[in-house]
Design a binder for this molecule. Structure first.
Ligand SMILES: [Ca+2]
Ligand SMILES: [Ca+2]
Ligand SMILES: [Ca+2]
Ligand SMILES: [Ca+2]
Length: 395
């Protein structure tokens, strides 16, 4: 999708020579912690309605929770899919669900005090997200690496430390790509973003300005390089702004969606299909002028597919006619991306593209440009069952 365009620009420069060619990338791609692109969602906390987007920009909606609950997203059951959680600030109760569907909580427990702010993340890098809290009155984070159960209390935090200034809004992400989530803070009054890369007390490891006063912050891996970076939901224009690096600068991509009073969430939701996003009639928080706009989605001009041990991720990508797909080797085993049917040694190449069998971990990429619309299947010549599809759409 659009969010991927900038990261492949340096790769695309190689492709200007034309066709499917081999090249070593100068900066090796890194596997995302959960192996897929993060997307955003919006929660109407007045009604408990969730609206989650997928990598094609389509929206899935369902109800979960009660009015006023604070929404979070995390991978509570360690299957790589982020699903809803709610924190009821009145009593410190946590309600987690393991699927992106309507239904009751799968996990319930309490943690923290009334007024605490919930945080979801993988704070110890074990592949499972847990719920921790930020206590604004003390500027203190309380981190715990397990979930509670059966309406019980969770006990004391494993780590706690002071970071940041009172009034700033906390967020969670893996800002250095070590697969451990740490915390940051966003100052809504100035757009200051600052974070730490360890769960220890100290000054910010990085700080920069992104966004305008009043923007609502989310973090995520928008370009699947394994590093989380800022996103913002701007209520006045119901638009998300994404930056792909943790540095000062303008947005690398935008996405218009939702309603001004909704709260942003982010994650890897594994949703297929959905409806075209729309923005609803809203009263701008800055001018009071009602505005109505509708957003059309268009296919992206490029996509990156991770070549993993042993799968292509995402297995199905959609791009616009004339676009480019880049396969980035992140696994250790030898693999190929070979157009054709079947898979493994029994696969039948059709000659559209073939990387050949390559080893070398994250030092390899192979790209192909698609000038005609259609559905293209491909496979790994080594591993039976390792297949993928590229769908090319006329703009
Ligand atoms: Ca999950
Ligand atoms: Ca964890
Ligand atoms: Ca980290
Ligand atoms: Ca990233």
């Amino acid at each position: 999708m659009m969010r991927r365009m900038v990261v492949v620009m340096n790769l695309v420069a190689f492709l200007a020579l034309g066709g499917a060619v081999f090249f070593a990338v100068s900066a090796p791609p890194t596997a995302a912690a959960d192996g897929s692109e993060d997307t955003v969602g919006l929660v109407n906390s007045a009604t408990g309605e969730w609206h989650l987007t997928n990598e094609q920009g389509l929206v899935t909606s369902f109800f979960y929770g009660n009015p006023g609950d604070v929404p979070i997203m995390g991978d509570w059951d360690c299957d790589g899919v982020d699903t809803p959680g709610l924190f009821r600030q009145l009593d410190g109760f946590v309600y987690l669900r393991n699927s992106n569907t309507e239904g009751i909580a799968d996990i319930r427990f309490f943690f923290g005090n009334p007024g605490d702010f919930p945080l979801a993340g993988d704070f110890n890098g074990d592949g499972c997200d847990t719920v921790s809290i930020y206590r604004p009155a003390e500027g203190r984070f309380f981190v715990i690496n397990k979930l509670g159960e059966n309406d019980g209390g969770l006990g004391a935090a494993e780590t706690n430390y002071v970071f940041g200034n009172p009034g700033d809004k906390p967020f969670v992400g893996d800002f250095d790509g070590d697969e451990v989530d740490t915390v940051g803070l966003h100052r809504e009054s100035t757009g200051l973003v600052y974070f730490r890369n360890t769960h220890t007390e100290g000054v910010a490891d990085s700080e920069f300005i992104f966004g305008d006063p009043g923007d609502r912050f989310v973090s995520g891996d928008w370009n699947t390089n394994g590093i989380d970076s800022p996103g913002l939901f701007r209520p006045a224009s119901t638009t998300f702004f994404f930056r792909f690096t943790n540095s000062q600068g303008v947005a690398d991509s935008t996405f218009e969606f939702g309603s001004a009073d909704w709260l942003p969430v982010s994650g890897s939701f594994a949703l297929i299909g959905g409806t075209t996003p729309t923005t609803s009639t809203t009263t701008s928080t800055t001018t009071g002028t009602p505005t109505t706009t509708t957003t059309m989605t268009t296919p992206p001009s490029s996509a990156i597919v991770q070549v993993r041990d042993n799968s292509f991720s995402s297995q199905v990508v959609t791009i616009a006619e004339g676009g480019t797909v880049t396969w980035a080797w992140v696994g250790i085993n030898p693999h190929s991306t070979t157009s054709g049917t079947g898979s493994g040694p029994g696969g039948v190449p059709d000659g559209n593209w073939d990387s050949g069998i390559r080893t070398g971990g994250p030092n390899f990429s192979h790209s192909a440009t698609f000038s005609d619309s259609g559905t293209y299947t491909y496979f790994c010549q080594v591993h039976t069952g390792m297949t993928g599809t590229v769908t090319v759409i006329s703009p």
